[in-house]
Design a protein around this ligand. Structure first.
Ligand code: PRP
Ligand code: URA
Length: 209
């Protein structure tokens, strides 16, 4: 799986364990997902382009840097929203687009219902955010939409990925690097990731209670 980067920071492993735990309630789930997203943001943006600038410290002038890349975050609604706060914390200048997509429960195919994107996709680094990469249908469809709208440099950021989803996304879009915190075992017959963490949207928003 050459397009796949599995983030293995010890703090990510610790937090993912809490997120997987079925006893973790929505308020903790949201806070820990946000924290994990911030840590992930560092790895996903390791190769950002910088411009050298001069900064005046209280004592003297020295060299510093600013980021020159334009960054666009695109969460896939709903669950992708859970990653946005953590990313904008470390990328405060990022612009945010939204793609609304849900899986049809019978066919598991994605149904899109909303799209609002910033301008200049073609000149930006576009980070698609969705905690779950299961069959890969939603991810592949989101990348297709973004490419149709002009995006050229796209990364897919997930928390947990199934091998099936990685294969589908890589085959459909070999140019897209996939980041995840865990490559799990497989999908069950209902398309849920095993061991996974359950329905990410329900766990973030408390809609299963
Ligand atoms: C979940 C998840 C992904 C999708 C992954 O969303 O957040 O978007 O499923 O599954 P796939 O790889 O098989 O397409 P869901 O459809 O449950 O919608 P929600 O975020 O609104 O709960
Ligand atoms: N969507 C989720 O929220 N969880 C899964 O395990 C699969 C798809």
């Amino acid at each position: 799986m050459k397009n796949l980067i599995v983030l293995s920071h010890p703090l990510v492993k610790r937090d993912l364990t809490i997120l997987r735990d079925r006893e973790t309630k929505s308020h903790s789930f949201r806070a820990i997902l946000r924290r994990t997203a911030s840590i992930m943001a560092y790895d996903v943006t390791q190769d950002l382009n910088l411009k050298q600038v001069t900064v005046q410290t209280p004592l003297e002038k020295t060299k510093g840097h600013i980021v020159t890349d334009s960054i666009i975050l695109v969460p896939i609604l709903r669950a992708g929203l859970g990653l946005v706060g953590g990313f904008v914390e470390v990328l405060p200048n990022a612009r945010v687009g939204h793609i609304g997509m849900y899986r049809d429960e019978e066919t598991l195919t994605p149904v899109d219902y909303y799209l609002k994107l910033p301008k200049n996709l073609s000149k930006s680094l576009v980070l698609i955010l969705d905690p779950m990469l299961a069959t890969g249908g939603s991810a592949a469809a989101a990348v297709t939409v973004l490419k149709e709208k002009g995006a050229r440099r796209i990364r897919f950021v997930s928390l947990v990925a199934a091998p099936e989803g990685v294969r589908v996304l890589s085959k459909a879009h070999p140019d897209v690097i996939i980041y995840t915190c865990a490559l799990d075992r497989k999908l069950n017959e209902k398309g849920y990731i095993l061991p996974g963490l359950g329905d990410a949207g329900d766990r973030i928003f408390g809609t299963a209670e």
